[in-house]
Design a protein around this ligand. Structure first.
Ligand code: SF4
Length: 483
């Protein structure tokens, strides 16, 4: 039996990455390369759609980009100078080929393909209304709602229909769409998820992160602004701002964990910000120890920052195997129990007799932290102090990040001492929310309109959560029903 990620590393997961090319020969091959660089944003499925001037072509598959888009015949079947693609890890919609993007539909205006990074927080509400009006959905993906809203809009022009659709949706979206006219890239008014633009010769490139521009040799031009819609038609670029301006709230967790450290955002390198977060963590929660050890790979930059600020040597006390896939043959219970050692193993000789500061980016359920602390003790650590480069994750994300329901988040159930006891650490500390903002160049978190979405640490969601609230009301109503 195939199962998904039995060696669950207990991380929040970014749901998607998008990449688009407008105006380059062999566009699909470039998209495949770009998606490869965005693989960390979604490892469950991948897809590419191209336009050859007459027809749309699509290939979508479960699994990684490599393995699906590394064969000539697959790329040759995606001809044209315009193409967009998507990597996916599902949160909304089940794991099935019908939910793999780009989604495509034939509208009255012609073909329409869409690749979406984010999550629509009123998709179920809108879907119910659309189905009542006769829409027939082909998938369970929230993204399909956008297509139906475009199809049923009362406006004539496709762009007006698209804007009309987007004005009805809540939540987070960075979109790359294709029509016979060209490519549209846009970002929700809060700019929750990233989207950047580059140039490769005369062609325009759009991507979730700059690292994907690097891999195809494109120059970074700028980020798409929150609420901006960029249209590429006949080799010309036009920018629209069809939404009322509101204060942006990009996801702060992109800085902590989701984005690749070699990406650039807001003119800063993600790597240097992660080091600054680690340095701030050291200032806030110093402890006497012999070595600073990262939980690889995501804890590495913060651990370097922690070590530099504290003066305690940085050492690779845990070695990570890069050959543990997310999809694996279902193991026996015993193999599953040992699973964490397949991915992480203690560097025994280094650990023995030492007081260790373990640095990781976050604690979600706490299960992996517990196993890693136990692994340090088995390797002979004298003390294990855990330091976390984000505040306690107390709330679920509704904007395109896979989080367990709130009741499963360790920080929603226990205070910091309770969490330390649970993971069996000698001490545990998290960076403060103000400290995180400080590492990002702010003096503190503003209580009114903070600069970032930080809802998973504060519960301060920047949009209404229509589906979530309606679901809660339904559950309450069921509880009230007489038995
Ligand atoms: S809730 Fe957390 S993970 Fe989700 S968008 Fe906001 S900061 Fe990012």
């Amino acid at each position: 039996m195939l199962t998904t990620n039995p060696y669950d590393d207990d991380k929040l997961r970014e749901e998607c990455g998008v990449f688009g090319v407008a105006g380059a020969d062999g566009a699909a091959a470039l998209v495949a390369l770009g998606l490869h660089a965005l693989q960390h944003r979604g490892q469950e499925a991948a897809g590419i759609t191209s336009w050859d001037g007459t027809h749309f072509h699509t290939h979508r598959a479960m699994g990684h980009v490599a393995g699906n888009f590394d064969r000539d015949e697959v790329i040759r079947a995606l001809p044209g100078t315009v193409a967009c693609g998507h990597v996916r890890y599902s949160t909304t919609g089940e794991t099935a080929l019908r939910n793999v993007q780009p989604l495509y539909a034939e509208l009255a205006s012609g073909g329409f393909a869409v690749a979406h990074n984010g999550n629509i927080s009123n998709a179920i509400h809108l879907r119910r209304e659309l189905v009542q009006r006769g829409s027939i959905f082909q998938s369970t993906s929230d993204t399909e709602t956008i297509i139906h809203l475009v199809a049923t809009s009362g406006y004539r022009d496709l762009l007006d229909r698209f804007i009309d659709a987007l004005k009805q949706i809540e939540g987070a979206y960075s979109l790359i769409c294709m029509t016979p006219e060209g490519m549209i890239a846009c970002r929700d008014p809060l700019g929750v998820r990233p989207l950047v633009m580059g140039k490769l010769g005369d062609s325009f490139i759009f991507a979730s992160e700059t690292v994907a521009l690097d891999v195809v040799g494109a120059d970074f031009v700028r980020a798409i602004d929150p609420g901006e819609m960029v249209i590429v038609k006949d080799g010309e670029l036009r920018s629209l701002r069809p939404f009322s301006a509101i204060a942006p709230r990009p996801c702060i967790f992109e800085w902590v964990y989701f984005s690749r450290p070699d990406s650039i955002a807001e003119d800063r390198s993600v790597y240097s910000v992660r080091k600054a977060i680690g340095a701030q963590l050291a200032l806030e929660s110093g402890v006497e120890a012999d070595i600073v050890v990262p939980v690889p790979d995501s804890g590495v930059p913060a651990a370097i920052g922690y070590a530099q600020e504290s003066g305690i040597p940085f050492e690779l006390g845990i070695i990570r195997s890069h050959y543990v896939g997310r999809t694996f043959i279902q193991p026996s219970a015993e193999v599953r129990r040992l699973g964490v050692k397949l991915k992480h193993n203690a560097n025994r000789d280094l650990i023995h007799g030492k007081r260790i500061i373990l640095v990781d980016d976050s604690i979600v359920r706490g299960t992996t932290s517990l196993k890693i602390v136990e692994m340090m003790r088995e390797a002979g650590a004298a003390e294990v102090h855990m330091r976390i480069a984000s505040p306690p994750t107390t709330h679920s994300c509704f904007y395109g990040v896979d989080t367990p329901e709130r009741s499963k988040l360790l920080a929603a159930k226990l205070n910091v001492q309770g969490m330390a006891d649970f993971i069996k650490a000698d001490s545990l500390a998290f960076i403060s929310i103000d400290g995180l903002y400080r590492a990002l160049g702010e003096s503190e978190r503003r209580s009114v309109l903070p600069k970032y979405c930080d809802a998973c640490f504060t519960g301060d969601y920047p949009t209404p959560l229509t589906d979530h609230n309606e679901q809660a009301l339904t559950q309450l109503a069921l509880l009230d029903e007489p038995a």
